[in-house]
Design a protein around this ligand. Structure first.
Ligand SMILES: NC(=O)c1ccc[n+]([C@@H]2O[C@H](COP(=O)([O-])OP(=O)(O)OC[C@H]3O[C@@H](n4cnc5c(N)ncnc54)[C@H](OP(=O)(O)O)[C@@H]3O)[C@@H](O)[C@H]2O)c1
Length: 325
């Protein structure tokens, strides 16, 4: 089969399309013929040699796909050959075929195009687990979604809105700001020209954000803490502005607020299975009735994986970039 591999052991790697041995299903796995693979920022880190895949996963990138089941392994009970599915992967999605744990697959939601469905697994699982499991977002609360224009943020905005929250998001520039409003954000802060704390205060009638979903990390920490409401919860899921930042513990204590962070990739198979099941139960109905849709910036052929990563790296993408074998 064809797959996009990373060459170069030292310094930034280069992606190239080549022939690899097709995967065989292990117990509990299905083989998916890939219709599309979602491109993620983690793939940029993996190409740079800074995000090694876990043991047993293929060495090439790709954390999510949509496609058709072409083979089932021993012990698989809920998926059959011919099923159209999405899958959350440990890696290896940039290929024609990939092995996925049955428990990390879901049927393609009714009414969603098979290719576009590849934009869902990673972003929906990330948005759900952080907004609901971790931050315990409640209807009527104010949530600040950083990067409402991004792959994760474009889904988080829609999900938070569907959960009944008042959604404030950030985006860079007037066009992206307008597009995030179209996704359902009640207010959008242009981070290129507005002060975050003032803008959040205005957008929430002086209350502040009960929940902040942050993709920036270090340098954004002080402003994020200032933007929190009393009892606010700040969940860091991305480190685009660094691993370290200054935390004003006095502000945290005075607000009885808390700060935490999570990653998807480090979770165990059973944790991922539980998350995927929860997404199937709670979020798939929202996709099927139109409250939440995949946001696709571009569909590119697998051979253009370098260009796909560049689009993400340069901040051009609005929503997800997909690679098609
Ligand atoms: N922890 C996890 O489990 C998990 C899972 C998935 C992703 N992530 C991480 O989450 C982050 C976002 O992923 P993604 O797929 O959404 O990436 P993406 O599609 O490239 O989006 C990046 C977002 O960051 C925003 N941004 C950049 N600079 C900003 C600034 N100064 N202020 C506010 N927003 C800014 C961009 O907004 P504009 O372009 O409009 O400026 C854009 O919306 C990445 O770091 C990724 O690694 C973590």
């Amino acid at each position: 089969m064809r797959a996009v591999t990373i060459s170069g052991q030292h310094g930034p790697g280069k992606l190239s399309l080549g022939d690899e041995i097709a995967p065989a299903p292990r117990t509990g796995e299905v083989i998916v013929q890939v219709a599309a693979a979602g491109v993620n920022r983690a793939d940029l880190l993996q190409r740079a040699g800074k995000y090694p895949p876990p043991e047993g996963a293929p060495p090439w990138p790709g954390l999510e796909v949509s496609g058709t089941v072409v083979q089932v392994g021993p012990g698989v009970s809920s998926r059959r050959v011919g099923d159209q599915v999405v899958a959350l992967l440990e890696g290896g999605g940039y290929a024609e075929l990939v092995a996925a744990r049955e428990t990390q697959t879901l049927p393609v939601p009714a009414g969603i195009d098979l290719v576009d469905a590849a934009a869902l697994p990673e972003a929906v699982c990330t948005a759900w687990t952080n907004l609901v499991d971790t931050a315990r977002l409640q209807p009527g609360e104010h949530v600040l979604v950083h990067g409402g224009s991004g792959g994760v943020g474009s889904i988080a905005v829609q999900l938070a809105r569907a959960l009944g929250a008042h959604v404030v998001a950030t985006a860079g520039g007037p066009e992206r700001t307008a597009s995030v409003r179209d996704l359902g954000a009640h207010a959008v802060v242009d981070h290129r020209r507005e002060d975050l704390v003032d803008a959040v205060r205005d957008a929430t009638g002086g209350h502040g954000a009960d929940v902040v979903l942050d993709v920036l990390g270090g340098a954004a920490l002080p402003a994020n803490v200032r933007a929190l409401a009393h009892g606010g919860r700040l969940v860091v899921i991305g480190l685009q502005q660094g691993r370290k930042g200054e935390l004003d513990l006095n502000a945290l204590m005075a607000k009885r607020a808390w700060v935490t962070g999570t990653t998807l990739r480090s979770r165990t198979a059973s944790e991922k299975a539980a998350l995927v099941a929860a997404v199937g139960q709670h979020v798939w109905p929202m996709v099927e009735d139109g409250r939440l849709r995949p946001v696709v910036h571009a569909r590119l052929p697998l051979a253009e994986a370098e260009e796909a990563l560049r689009t993400l790296e340069d901040g051009e993408a609005f929503g997800k970039v997909l690679l098609l074998p």
